[in-house]
Design a protein around this ligand. Structure first.
Ligand SMILES: C[S@@+](CC[C@H](N)C(=O)[O-])C[C@H]1O[C@@H](n2cnc3c(N)ncnc32)[C@H](O)[C@@H]1O
Length: 332
């Protein structure tokens, strides 16, 4: 078991960079090549999150239409103590931690119980995770923060992390996975758990189309800027020449798939060059590039996903308006 460490805040932040910068660029090149060559053009949403993308996402979390963060915060305010107590967690691992703002509610609950020892944020956004780790190490004396800059789509070795462990996956990020990938992800989480550990996951719930579409089409245009920033990432990292003014943000709800589908739609016939790939891609006017799915769940579909991945649902908490849910699951 890991114990509370001593030392200055700086000494208590340890970095484990699983994906090097060169690997990340090579992976981006491969994903973009594959994503632009197929019949449906798409780029995985993890590439949104450079420093600017993470900053824009933070702005999204405060938008009036984006109820998700407020609803999940409300659940944590009401239930963090019970959820943490149910596991008796000493260690918090968080996938897709970003700015770790809501995380504080879990860390506070662990601190109040006197069990807070280690926090392990896992995120591809190096800038966001470093900034958050420095702040948290300074705010929670004795807390060891082990930064893992890595892709949670790939199996991770978390054997260094102590137990009992709570693995958190907040922000409805699980919704970005298509059903099969979501199941594989839950199976990987289950492999990281031992009896007594927990998995705390945030699900955005199926609701009225208007409310869902408004959340992804805010009046201030921040989500549009976030979506278009993906093209800026490709321009910078792969020497592409996307004209950000020639693509338009579109987010629509597909009821059958129970998911928001976010796209960038070409405003005109155009050819885009991607220097690093030696590729020229033609977009017709109205042709779309798929950038993100955000799947919405019901109690039934979330339960089925967790069970299919080998987990047992222990708690299900929703906000007072029933817009969002936090599920706590564990082994058998
Ligand atoms: C929707 S945001 C949620 C941020 C925060 N957890 C919240 O609830 O506000 C998704 C976060 O996951 C990270 N992320 C997305 N795809 C990832 C991947 N494949 N591996 C690791 N981190 C990823 C992003 O950098 C971002 O910080």
């Amino acid at each position: 078991m890991h114990r509370r460490s001593t030392g200055t805040a700086g000494e208590r932040v340890v970095v484990r960079d699983v994906l090097g910068r060169r690997d990340r660029r090579a992976e981006l090149a491969q994903d973009v090549h594959g994503g632009l060559s197929g019949r449906v053009r798409q780029i995985p949403p993890k590439y949104f999150y450079d420093a600017r993308g993470s900053e824009l996402f933070e702005r999204i979390t405060g938008l009036p239409e984006y109820y998700l963060t407020r609803a999940e915060t409300e659940i944590l305010q009401d239930h963090a103590l019970d959820l943490v107590a149910e596991i008796g967690a000493h260690v918090l691992v968080e996938y897709g931690s970003g700015s770790s703002v809501k995380t504080r509610l879990l860390l506070d609950a662990m601190e109040a119980r006197g069990s807070l020892e280690q926090y392990v944020p896992v995120d591809v956004s190096e800038e966001a995770v470093h900034a958050a780790a420095d702040i948290l190490a300074a705010e929670y004396p004795g807390l060891q923060v082990v930064i893992v800059v890595a892709d949670f789509d790939m199996p991770l070795d978390l054997s260094f992390a102590g137990r009992p462990r709570l693995i958190a996956f907040l922000g409805s990020t699980i919704g970005n996975f298509e059903p099969q990938a979501a199941r594989r992800f839950v199976e990987c989480v289950a492999e990281e758990l031992e009896p007594g550990d927990g998995f705390l996951v945030g699900f955005d719930l199926v609701k009225d189309r208007r409310e869902l579409e408004a959340a992804y089409n805010d009046a201030a245009g921040v989500t549009a800027e976030f979506n278009l920033n993906l093209l800026a990432v490709l321009n910078r990292e792969l020497g592409a020449d996307f004209d950000l003014g020639a693509f338009r943000h579109r987010a629509t709800y597909d009821e059958e798939g129970a998911r928001i589908e976010m796209r960038l739609v070409s405003e005109r016939d155009q050819e885009v060059r991607i220097g690093a790939l030696g590729l020229a891609v033609h977009f017709e006017a109205g042709e779309a590039l798929l950038t993100e799915f955000s799947h919405k769940y019901t109690h039934g579909s979330a339960l089925a996903l967790l069970q299919a991945g080998g987990l047992h649902l222990r708690r299900w908490e929703t906000d007072r308006e029933g817009r969002f849910a936090l599920a706590l699951a564990g082994l058998g």
